[in-house]
Ligand binder design. Structure first.
Ligand SMILES: NC(=O)c1ccc[n+]([C@@H]2O[C@H](COP(=O)([O-])OP(=O)(O)OC[C@H]3O[C@@H](n4cnc5c(N)ncnc54)[C@H](OP(=O)(O)O)[C@@H]3O)[C@@H](O)[C@H]2O)c1
Length: 330
């Protein structure tokens, strides 16, 4: 099969696209013919060696996938050949990645793809959808009628947070780096969009939520905690989930006096049960049209190295060149 893989961590050019043996599914695994995969910033950190993880050799990059089950291991109970499935959480913690024509994936990390949802949409909603759901429902406990602020409403995670928060019934304030991205945020359901390059975020949030926001979702890799804690309402909850190197000053007084809570998480440490609970809601919302994948562009899988370069420049280099997900097709 064709696969996008590395021999060792390094720049995007380390990704080779050529023939590798097709995987043989283990007893609890499904062999999936991949229809689409999507790029996440974490793919680039692992490929670049910024996150150290045990890697199979050669290591196929990528976490997200959607496709069709070709065969199943002897102990697989939930799927059979011909089923359409999506999933994520591959290419992590020693598991092989997804950027290939075929993947052997444990059934606990796969979910049925609803009729009417394409492989491109399912792959693009996978890691970012689970992340948004875990943070909003399990960790922040966002409730109907509350106000949430999310940094980067047109980004991979942000666009899922905006849509899910609206579905839960919250009032959503987000940011965008251009008028075009602000328009996209509004289409996704944001009630208010602050243009962070030309407007004062602190003043705008104060104007839009004078009593503070109930949830502050931080997607930035260098969070400004003075800004975030200052904007939180009494008993506000803050979610951090990016910026492994970040060591910002923490405003202790304003935080505890307001009785706030800080929660951090990585989606890949959530249990299979937690992730499949999220996937159930995601599937239902995709079918109901309450959640849409935010696809920036679709490329052939042979362009995996270029896609990594683009994602890296956009997220870490902050060019903002990508607005949502890069999807690739074998
Ligand atoms: N903990 C986890 O489980 C988990 C899961 C997924 C992702 N992550 C991490 O979360 C971060 C975001 O991921 P992603 O996939 O959403 O990345 P992304 O698609 O590149 O989105 C980044 C967003 O940040 C916005 N942004 C950049 N600089 C900004 C600034 N100064 N002020 C306001 N907004 C700004 C961008 O907005 P504009 O384009 O409008 O400028 C964009 O919407 C990454 O670091 C990723 O590694 C963590």
């Amino acid at each position: 099969m064709k696969a996008a893989h590395i021999q060792q961590p390094g720049p995007p050019e380390n990704i080779l696209y050529d023939e590798l043996p097709s995987p043989i599914p283990g007893p609890t695994q499904c062999l999936v013919k991949v229809g689409a995969v999507a790029v996440n910033p974490v793919d680039t950190y692992i490929r670049g060696g910024m996150i150290q993880m045990p890697l199979p050799s050669p290591f196929i990059v990528g976490c997200d996938l959607a496709g069709t089950v070709m065969s199943v291991g002897a102990r697989v109970a939930a799927f059979e050949p011909g089923d359409r499935v999506w999933g994520t959480n591959q290419g992590l913690l020693g598991r092989q990645g997804t950027f290939a024509e075929f993947c052997a994936v444990d059934e606990c990390w796969l979910y049925p793809t609803p009729a009417g949802v394409s492989d491109e949409e399912a792959a693009a909603a996978a890691l970012v959808g689970l992340t948004a759901h875990l943070g909003l429902v399990r960790d922040a406990g966002l409730r109907k009628g509350e106000t949430i602020f999310v940094h980067g409403g047109s980004g991979g995670v942000g666009s899922m947070v905006v849509q899910m928060a609206k579905t839960i019934g919250a009032r959503v304030i987000t940011t965008a780096g251009s008028d075009l991205k602000a328009e996209l945020c509004r289409k996704l359901g944001a009630d208010f969009v602050v243009l962070y390059k030309t407007q004062n975020v602190e003043a705008e949030v104060k104007r839009l939520a004078p009593a503070g926001v109930n949830v502050w979702w931080e997607t930035l890799r260098e969070p400004d905690l003075d800004l975030a804690v200052g904007a939180l309402a009494a008993r506000g909850r803050m979610i951090v989930m990016a910026g492994r190197e970040a060591r910002p000053p923490f405003p202790v007084g304003p935080f505890y006096v307001k009785g706030c809570t800080l929660r951090g998480f990585v989606m890949f440490m959530a249990t299979p049960e937690e992730q499949s609970d999220c996937a159930e809601d995601i599937n239902r919302w995709l079918v109901e049209g309450k959640l849409k994948a935010n696809i920036d562009r679709v490329l052939p899988l042979s362009q995996a190295a270029a896609a990594h370069r683009l994602q890296e420049e956009s997220t870490m280099g902050r060019t903002g060149a990508v607005s949502g997900k890069i999807v690739l097709k074998p």
